[in-house]
Design a protein around this ligand. Structure first.
Ligand SMILES: Cc1ncc(C[n+]2csc(CCOP(=O)(O)OP(=O)(O)O)c2C)c(N)n1
Ligand SMILES: [Mg+2]
Length: 315
């Protein structure tokens, strides 16, 4: 039930963000996570808050919600308000909460893999028992710095799980068009990093797989690579006309493998009442409505904020 609620929260939050974008209340880039909810929900549920760390790319709203960050301040950030988590100056791609172990929010494709390896180095150096989850996309998995990071992570047995969210596309380019080895879980093999491929539309499969991965990494054996096969329903960002795939393809995934519908069917089969699920949906809608209201009612940053948190010195 918790997983169901968490996935619904992410979906409804993203739908609302899409609406606010359409109304012109969100500017700049906005990459929605709709379709991929089971990945972050399953993975985050297994890690230890306050001990482990998380880092991802620009498709980051779901990760923040799954880290337990207040939806109000995430929505306020998307709409560029002073009460946003980055004081309204970061926007969709640049949000952080060290308190929640969430290290961004990065617009440079692949950068989070190297930074995440650094976070893992920090965990090992400080002997704090933490593990870093470094999430990245199928497109990012073709980036050079990913492999430099893999090499160091295995050589130094760093506590990191490399999480490839294979949503089949990198902007308009499909995995098969761009990848000579399209079984992405194998990408760590030449560095001796074990890899596992998981159905990223099945939240329980994700949870089960990450438990195993965490056991391995926490035992000091070095990194694990997880490939989560998933799908994004919306365009790459809000400004993507999505001409590189057919509507039928998207519809087919929605109908046959939607992670929320799949869990719902499972719950009902196990005897959960439909009205209890409806009540959760209502609760989630209320949370999201409140986040949108909070965002819209918050003021924009003061002009003086233009000069704060910005590097002006030479270094
Ligand atoms: C270093 C770098 N190269 C190119 C881009 C432009 N770019 C932004 S997102 C993206 C596609 C990445 O796709 P993927 O890693 O599959 O992630 P997804 O968007 O599917 O979550 C590209 C090429 C960038 N931001 N940074
Ligand atoms: Mg992708």
């Amino acid at each position: 039930m918790e997983f169901y609620e968490q996935m619904l929260l992410i979906r409804r939050f993203e739908e609302k963000a899409g609406q606010l974008y359409g109304l012109g209340l969100i500017g700049g880039f906005c990459h929605l996570y709709i379709g991929q909810e089971a990945v972050v929900t399953g993975l985050q549920s297994a890690i230890e808050p306050g001990k482990d760390s998380v880092i991802t790319g620009y498709r980051d709203h779901g990760h923040m919600l799954a880290c337990g960050i207040d939806p109000n301040i995430v929505m306020a950030e998307l709409t560029g308000r002073a009460s946003g988590i980055s004081k309204g100056k970061g926007g969709s791609m640049h949000m952080f909460s060290v308190e929640h172990g969430f290290y961004g929010g990065h617009g440079i494709v692949g950068a989070q893999v190297s930074l995440g390896t650094g976070l893992a180095f920090g965990h090992k150096y400080k002997e704090d028992g933490g593990v870093c989850l470094a999430y990245f996309g199928d497109g990012a998995s073709n980036q050079g710095q990913v492999y430099e990071s893999f090499n160091m992570a295995e050589l130094w047995k760093l506590p990191v799980i490399f999480v490839i969210e294979n949503n089949q596309y990198a902007m308009g380019t499909s995995v098969n068009r761009s990848s000579s080895e399209d079984q992405l879980y194998r990408r760590g093999e030449s560095f001796r990093i074990p890899g596992v491929q998981v159905d990223g539309m099945d939240v329980l499969a994700v949870r089960g797989a990450v438990e195993e991965a965490l056991k391995y990494v926490r035992a000091g054996k070095g990194p694990v690579l997880m490939e989560l096969k998933t799908y994004r329903y919306r365009g790459h960002s809000m400004s993507d006309p999505a001409k590189y795939r057919s509507r039928d393809e998207v519809q087919d995934v929605r109908e046959k493998s939607d992670p929320i519908e799949r869990l719902k069917a499972m719950l009902i089969k196990q005897g959960v009442k439909e009205e209890d699920l409806k009540a959760l949906d209502k609760k989630v809608r209320k949370t999201v409505m409140e986040a949108a209201d909070f965002a819209e009612e918050s003021p924009e940053p003061e002009m003086s904020e233009l000069y704060t948190d910005v590097l002006v010195e030479q270094y």
